[in-house]
Design a protein around this ligand. Structure first.
Ligand code: SAH
Length: 512
């Protein structure tokens, strides 16, 4: 008989991926099968191995949630097959998540299981709106309640009157549909109509919305704001302690949906800077960077590498591929000889620092033209051997100026290729078409070219936000203008930090 697999009942947390536990991620990484329902964030599933089977048991159009017994039976059958299974649930599996019933099914069938707790919605809603659920002077009890046990059941399953009398802070899950009845029961139980009340929808996600009001006004305000599930209602004096706008909703790019177009391997740095400031980032890599080199050229250049007086790097990618290739050929960094080093921009200088190499020349504006001028101004170009390390889309001006104006002897070493990406089946492109964005951030001319070539895969749907087009610097802006695309804003200096600052300034100005 096959050994039974283990079932992990895992709480995913409220939605923000960073709030999942390390254990939750480890379980997802080792799962053969993941069984999930309506998660606030599907991106949790990206942690699973690519061959992990994904089984959706949530509510689908035209049919209701899979009955609980069937979910239990599914878990049992998969485990009997020897599979490692993650049953992933929003928030915590034991807080209104029916994790208890699933555990019972497993226990009856003698299937080994483990429970991984998660950040439950009430805690997340309180934290992300700045409401302390307990406070020495205001509340010494916290109660989690449910408005209804399941959507089909339209009666209150909880004695709200009694909870009103008990006092403390009440956190109500699944309460929006029953809000008028909940409010009237709480008042009948003795809570004054002025009791501070908060409603937090989609807590911890970029689409979080919250409102602070009183028990008397909450129904009208929820209607007026068009708020709905999923939301937690927090009732009690502690709500008063909240700032008018929460730390989370107050971040400068909160609620802004921004598209990062860099190649996947490079996108992370920009995305995380924007996310820290509150942006909802769609990573839509429009280009792909692949190593691509001519072995003969590489061998010839490496044979004489120590004879170059200047090494010029035009991108961080160039730096990485250069050292990777160099270290395959030689094992000692001293093979480089005494060459001086020049770069176009900050990110390239930073990439070199990772190899413990500092830069001799970096122009104050990050363009090839400015670099050529500064190199020529050093007075060291005449009859000097210069190596430019670059990709396949290298613009020849740098070489030309160094040769024609500076009198240098220039070799070029292309090490990688920038390819356009096919967006036909890309899920990020699908999200962009449906939802649109507040801005698309172009970080190179290749991203602009790809955007134009992929136009048919990026056509916006009727409810999509129409994005502003933004550029990291003059060269990229020129590509937008040449394509007659309207440029909304440009970074003053072509580097990621300034680009992010410019986004903040742009959206800040738009709000005032
Ligand atoms: N097990 C989950 C709760 C599932 S019940 C947990 O521990 O959080 C579903 C209810 O949870 C929703 O109706 C809503 O009240 C609440 N909820 C879940 N995610 C939420 C979120 N991101 N923001 C606000 N409420 C949320």
């Amino acid at each position: 008989m096959k050994k039974f697999g283990t079932v992990y009942l895992v709480g995913a947390g409220p939605g923000d991926l960073q709030l999942a536990t390390l254990r939750a991620r480890a379980c997802l990484q080792m799962a053969d099968v993941v069984v999930y329902d309506n998660l606030a964030n599907r991106a949790y599933l990206d942690w699973c191995a690519s061959d992990c089977e994904r089984i959706y048991v949530g509510k689908e159009a035209g049919r209701h949630t899979l009955p609980q017994e069937e979910i239990g039976a599914t878990l049992v059958n998969l485990a009997k097959d020897g599979k490692t299974i993650v049953r992933l649930k929003g928030g915590d599996p034991f807080v209104f998540g029916r994790g208890g019933e699933e555990m019972e099914s497993l226990r009856e069938a003698k299937i080994p299981y483990e429970i991984v707790p998660g950040v439950t919605a009430a805690l997340a809603s309180a934290a992300y709106t700045g409401i302390p659920l307990s406070h020495r002077e205001h509340s010494s009890a916290i109660t989690f309640l449910t408005g209804h046990e399941n959507p089909e059941k339209h009666t209150l399953s909880v004695n709200f009157k009694a909870h009103a009398q008990a006092g403390g802070t009440l956190c109500i899950y699944m309460g929006i549909g029953q809000l008028p009845r909940i409010v009237s029961e709480l008042k009948a139980g003795g809570l004054p109509g002025t009791t501070p009340t908060a409603v937090v929808q989609w807590a911890t996600l970029p689409r979080q919305r919250s409102l602070i009001t009183s028990l008397d006004a909450v129904c009208d305000e929820v209607d007026a704001a068009g708020m709905g599930a999923p939301a937690v209602i927090i009732v009690g004096d502690v709500v008063r302690l909240r700032e008018p706008a929460s730390w989370f909703e107050n971040r400068p790019l909160f609620g802004k949906r921004l598209v990062v177009t860099r190649a996947r391997a490079q996108a992370g740095e920009l995305s995380s800077m924007l996310e820290t400031l509150g942006a909802d980032v769609i990573e839509l890599p429009l280009i792909e960077i692949q190593p691509k080199m001519d072995r003969t050229v590489v061998a010839e250049i490496f044979a004489e590498i120590a004879s170059y007086e200047w090494l010029v790097f035009t991108s961080a990618n160039g730096v990485h591929y250069f050292f990777e290739t160099l270290m395959k050929a030689f094992s000692d960094i001293r093979c480089l000889g005494p060459a001086r080093i020049a770069v176009v921009g900050k990110a390239t200088a930073r990439a070199l620092r990772k190899y413990h190499i500092s830069v001799d020349v970096q122009p104050s504006t990050a363009t090839a033209d400015a670099l050529a001028k500064e190199l020529i101004a050093t007075g060291s170009m005449e009859s000097t051997r210069v190596l430019i390390i670059t990709g396949n889309r290298n613009r020849p001006e740098l070489m030309r100026q160094l040769e024609d104006v500076g009198g240098a002897i220039v070799d070029t070493l292309p090490l990688y290729a920038t390819e356009l990406v096919d967006l036909a089946d890309d899920p990020a492109a699908a999200r962009f078409r449906e939802e649109g964005a507040d801005a698309v951030l172009f970080t190179s001319t290749s991203t602009v070219k790809s955007f134009i070539q992929s136009a048919k895969h990026l056509e916006l749907g009727p409810n999509a936000r129409k994005p502003a087009l933004a550029s990291i610097g003059p060269v990229t802006s020129k590509a937008l203008k040449a394509a007659k695309l309207p440029l909304a804003f440009e970074a003053k200096d072509a580097n990621l930090e300034t680009f992010v600052d410019t986004c903040v300034a742009h959206f800040g100005a738009a709000q005032n």
